[in-house]
Write a protein that binds this ligand. Structure first.
Ligand code: PXP
Length: 240
């Protein structure tokens, strides 16, 4: 079955709205774990707008499932990742003004530097994923860095309307096959919901999806545990 990483950044967004302690990010992570999620994903942004360094430290201590640290490849955050040692880091582009991660990482234009970053993480026992648009050029560049995974950006698929939905889906299927041919393990994420997930889950050999906003939005109405379970049910039904 395809694995589920739950991105809990938005729990921290709500907490930071009052700069207090509620809602408890660690409790949210443990509820996801108990509900059957395979991984907790957090994005430690340079501006610390939601997840804080202490959250990542505490998650590292208490989680029984995998911890995936999304991060921009800056020297500061790379240093923190080496200190805290998540199971996997997912390298993403980061613009201070953006509401959420916008495009995929341009691995091709910074391949030499990213080779060094990946080698450093691999030497430290930390796996690396590249969050990229579903394009052959970025997939080939990602494979050349020595990263184990690519996470295909599903935002264009999620935003597509009408005939464009199938076109975007085809891009994802083609990209996944290309990445697997290049020896990469393929994940997917961004904009996935309980309603649009099924066709993505049918991508052959897809390893994992990372979902945040929709799970947290559904959690407001049906509770966090059930919001995780309904995504797991879709994955169980449609995984090939
Ligand atoms: N994967 C990556 C690399 C992301 O940056 C994000 C957003 O933080 C997600 C998955 C989750 O996206 P969403 O919140 O739209 O489910």
């Amino acid at each position: 079955m395809i694995k589920l990483g739950v991105n809990i950044d938005h729990v921290a967004t709500l907490r930071q709205a009052r700069m207090g302690t509620a809602p408890d990010v660690i409790a949210a992570a443990k509820i996801c774990e108990i509900a059957g999620a395979h991984q907790i994903t957090v994005h430690l942004r340079q501006d610390r707008r939601h997840i804080q360094d202490r959250d990542v430290e505490l998650l590292r201590e208490v989680l029984l499932i995998r911890l995936n640290l999304e991060m921009g490849a800056t020297d500061e955050i790379i240093g923190i990742a080496h200190r805290i040692k998540p199971d996997v880091v997912c390298l993403v582009p980061e613009n201070r003004q953006e509401v959420t991660t916008e495009g995929g990482l341009d691995v091709a234009s910074q391949q030499t530097r990213l080779c060094e970053v990946v080698a450093g993480f691999n030497a430290d026992g930390i796996e690396v994923s590249m969050f990229i648009d579903p394009e052959a050029r970025q997939i080939d560049a990602s494979a050349a860095t020595g990263a184990k995974y690519v996470e295909l950006h599903t935002g264009c698929y999620a935003n597509a309307k009408g005939a464009a939905v199938d076109e975007e889906l085809e891009r994802l299927f083609d990209a996944a096959a290309h990445a697997q041919g290049a020896g990469l393990t393929v994940n997917a994420g961004h904009g996935l919901t309980v309603r649009n997930l099924a066709p993505v889950a049918e991508i052959p050999g897809l390893h994992e999806v990372n979902i945040g906003h929709d799970i947290m939005a559904r959690a407001l109405f049906i509770g966090l545990e059930d919001a995780v379970v309904e995504i797991l049910d879709v994955l169980e039904m449609y995984s090939i």
